[in-house]
Design a protein around this ligand. Structure first.
Ligand SMILES: [Zn+2]
Length: 328
């Protein structure tokens, strides 16, 4: 693909410098204010660097040491930083970082499995994000991805029922073809990504009305080329990931205008300081830098490594996932 006619280009060197800089600003207030997102931020930055073929920008030993320092010996889960409680979000980010760096076996894998299995509601199949009990479709996807990476997605483990969690995902399906955060909630592109990710990993995609859902996803593209997350909302670069990865799992990336979306993403770059924003003219951040880059990768943008639409990991490291989906 990448048959874009845009004059803009992807400022790879600027983005590499931008991400490198983020890790070095540890004396600035902004760094401490984002402590609750530290592990996620590290994953976003490292994955973006990996897509740019520049994973060595961050010191491998330092990153692994940091990730290891965030695992709680008691629960087995990872916090966003050493002083934070364990959460499923930071546990997946930690594991994804370790997959990219080929260092999964340096942490307590049995602890991770114990932590993830302990977060399933044995009645509804819902998964909690942490011990405080918030649950939604995201956490099923995360639990499935973790179990898949570790090769433990067994259909009948005594402490974890894949089937029940798949049923929970299907209970979040709506008549428009989409999925909401919890049963009865409106369809939202980010929730659709997590639902499809969970169904792909568990080999249950046959339960989705592919055409109906693909239409809903295509309707997210606005005349400016950008995508929104649900009707009547502003376009945002991160939906280049949530929507296009969903279309990739449905085999229908070509249903949207890739050239116009490419242009929308490239326009949201900061040409001077590097980084990508949610849309043109806004402040850049590492979250949108990853998901803008990942969106371009899905669209086949030249010079970027391929990303896996299900795991949000570079395809080049997917062989380290011990139990990948049967067909993908
Ligand atoms: Zn966004």
């Amino acid at each position: 693909m990448a048959e874009t006619t845009t004059q803009l280009k992807y400022f790879k060197e600027k983005h590499i410098a931008y991400i490198k800089d983020l890790g070095e600003k540890t004396d600035e207030l902004e760094y401490w204010l984002s402590e609750h997102l530290r592990m996620n931020g590290l994953y976003w930055g490292l994955t973006a660097l990996a897509l740019m073929g520049s994973v060595d920008t961050l010191d491998r030993a330092d990153v692994i040491a940091y990730v290891k320092s965030c695992q709680h010996t008691s629960s087995g889960g990872f916090g966003a930083s050493p002083s934070h409680d364990a959460h499923l979000l930071s546990t997946l980010s930690a594991l994804q970082i370790l997959v990219i760096l080929d260092a999964v076996d340096t942490v307590d894998e049995a602890g991770i499995l114990r932590y993830v299995r302990g977060l399933q509601d044995s009645t509804s199949g819902a998964i909690y994000g942490d011990s405080y009990g918030e649950s939604d479709t995201r956490f099923v996807y995360i639990a499935f991805q973790i179990l898949s990476i570790l090769g433990e997605l067994n259909s009948n483990h005594p402490q974890f029922s894949v089937e029940k969690s798949v049923d929970f995902i299907m209970a979040c399906a709506n008549l428009d073809g989409g999925f909401g955060m919890v049963p009865g909630a409106e369809s939202h592109a980010a929730q659709i990504f997590t639902a499809l990710g969970a169904l792909t990993i568990s080999n249950q995609m046959h339960r989705v009305d592919k055409d109906l859902l693909s239409w809903w996803l295509c309707e997210r593209q606005l005349p400016c080329g950008g995508l929104n997350g649900r009707p009547e909302k502003l376009p945002d670069v991160c939906y280049s990931w949530w929507v296009v990865s969903s279309l990739a799992m449905l085999g229908r990336v070509h249903w949207i205008d890739g050239a116009k979306l490419t242009e929308f993403i490239l326009e949201a770059q900061d040409e001077e300081a590097g980084g990508i924003a949610d849309r043109k003219g806004d402040q850049t951040d590492v979250f949108h830098t990853l998901f803008g880059t990942a969106g371009l990768s899905l669209l086949g943008y030249e010079g970027l490594e391929e990303i896996n639409p299900v795991y949000c990991l570079p395809n080049s490291v997917m062989h380290r996932v011990r139990q990948p989906p049967a067909t993908n």
